[in-house]
Design a protein around this ligand. Structure first.
Ligand SMILES: *Cc1c(COP(=O)(O)O)cnc(C)c1O
Length: 401
């Protein structure tokens, strides 16, 4: 049972089927003039229309990239370089994806100033903090739509409104929300938006950036004039076609999927919190993605839990895929103000539309058993029980008591 869909998803059969011709006979370069090239160009433009339609944008406001990371880099560096003479201040949140965070660290090395807004215990920024952070030097606000570790949603419509009232450009990383939560770039006051294909049952290595008409930025990949000169390089036609199809499916079934997934998610959370002592949900209960639950267990080492679950056939993760091979504490969970020990004891479960056949009871049983087993071996847990005046189960051989 695969429960790590925030890290990546499986390509759906319909998507693969639509891609196959462009990996075989329809191999033309979209920039050429003869018929096979024109076919590729046509497929490319159809996919562009599909992406545009899914966020209420116009076709020529969509630029294809290699994925969410490149879109984030292009948005942030592209605007910073373009507007560097106007100001060098950028506002973001403490829980951004590394693609945003590292782009900002890089800009800091070039003398840009960045304000990182706190997200508090519920994982959401406060609008007052945003208003206070704005200076005449502020050129860009980049705040993600939905968080990849805890699933919390930021008030992007309001953030965009405040940005525009102050003549500031607003970018949002919508990689986790695209296809799962309604996005309307007009209504939500968005200037730049990053999306990725492999988080919505499309292929890896393809994504897009929405750039509102009239917004200018400096490219980061220079070369041939593809993508209106904003992103050079021969287009990943098959990938783009697959992305377009995945976006169309996700958007047309958005409500249906959201309802189904949030029901499973809520059932998991409820059963886990009720069954496993000292377990807590991370992040706001209401303002969240339908498919992510992040739960922490007292006195548990997350990595050990992952391995025990894997041995029972469940694949979940402690946090983001990008940081799980480093042993540092998750910066997202740390930003919630959690104790470092608690940060290490968190589990992220992320679902996809095909997670239908998920037997919640069975999963909670396995999880509960794993947590219990780890706690029996945990000096922390035993110490904690003793500290609270409760005898640990193995009092005789407990080292801490
Ligand atoms: C996965 C992810 C990215 C990176 O997208 P890639 O296509 O893997 O480069 C960026 N932001 C968020 C929130 C993500 O979840």
């Amino acid at each position: 049972m695969y429960l790590d869909n925030s890290a990546t998803t499986k390509i759906s059969d319909e998507v693969l089927e639509e891609m196959l011709p462009y990996l075989t006979d329809e191999f033309g370069n979209p920039s050429t003039l003869y018929s096979i090239g024109r076919e590729s160009k046509k497929a490319l433009e159809e996919a562009r229309q599909r992406i545009a339609d899914s966020i209420n944008a116009k076709k020529d406001e969509i630029i294809f990239t290699s994925g969410g990371s490149e879109s984030d880099n292009l948005a942030i560096k592209g605007i910073a370089f373009k507007l560097r003479k106007k100001g060098k201040h950028i506002i973001t949140s403490e829980i951004e994806h590394p693609a945003v965070k590292e782009s900002l660290y890089f800009l800091e090395s070039l003398d840009f100033k960045v304000t990182y807004l706190p997200v508090y215990e519920n994982g959401i920024i406060k609008i007052e903090d945003l208003k206070e952070a704005i200076t005449p030097e502020t050129i860009l606000i980049t705040i993600m739509h939905g968080n990849n570790e805890i699933g919390t949603l930021q008030p992007i419509e309001e953030i965009g409104k405040i940005a525009h009232e102050n003549g500031i450009i607003f970018h949002t990383d919508a990689v986790q929300t695209f296809g799962k939560v309604k996005i309307d770039v007009e209504k939500q006051n968005i200037d730049l938006l990053s999306v990725s294909s492999h988080k919505i049952n499309g292929p890896k290595g393809v994504g897009a950036i929405y750039i509102k008409k009239g917004i200018r930025l400096i490219p980061i990949i220079h070369g041939g004039g593809q993508e209106r000169g904003i992103r050079a390089g021969t287009e990943n036609v098959a990938g783009i076609v697959g992305f377009g199809k995945a976006a169309e499916i996700a958007t047309s079934k958005l409500d249906e999927h959201a309802e189904k997934l949030s029901k499973i998610r809520d059932e998991i959370v409820e059963k886990v919190l009720n069954t496993i002592p000292e377990s807590y949900l991370n992040g706001d209960v209401n303002e969240r993605l339908p498919n992510i639950a992040n739960i922490r267990f007292k006195a548990i080492e997350g990595e050990s839990l992952i391995l025990l679950l894997d041995a029972k056939g469940y694949q979940a993760s402690t946090g983001s895929a990008c940081s799980s091979n480093k042993l540092e504490a998750s910066p997202v969970l740390t930003a919630l103000g959690l104790d470092p020990v608690d940060v290490h004891g968190s589990l992220r479960i992320s679902l996809a539309p095909e997670s239908d056949e998920f037997d919640v009871d069975e999963f909670v049983d396995v999880l509960s058993e794993a947590v219990q087993r780890l706690r029996e071996m945990s000096p922390l847990w035993n110490q904690e029980l003793d500290y609270d005046g409760v005898m640990c189960k193995k009092h005789d051989d407990c080292r801490m008591c």
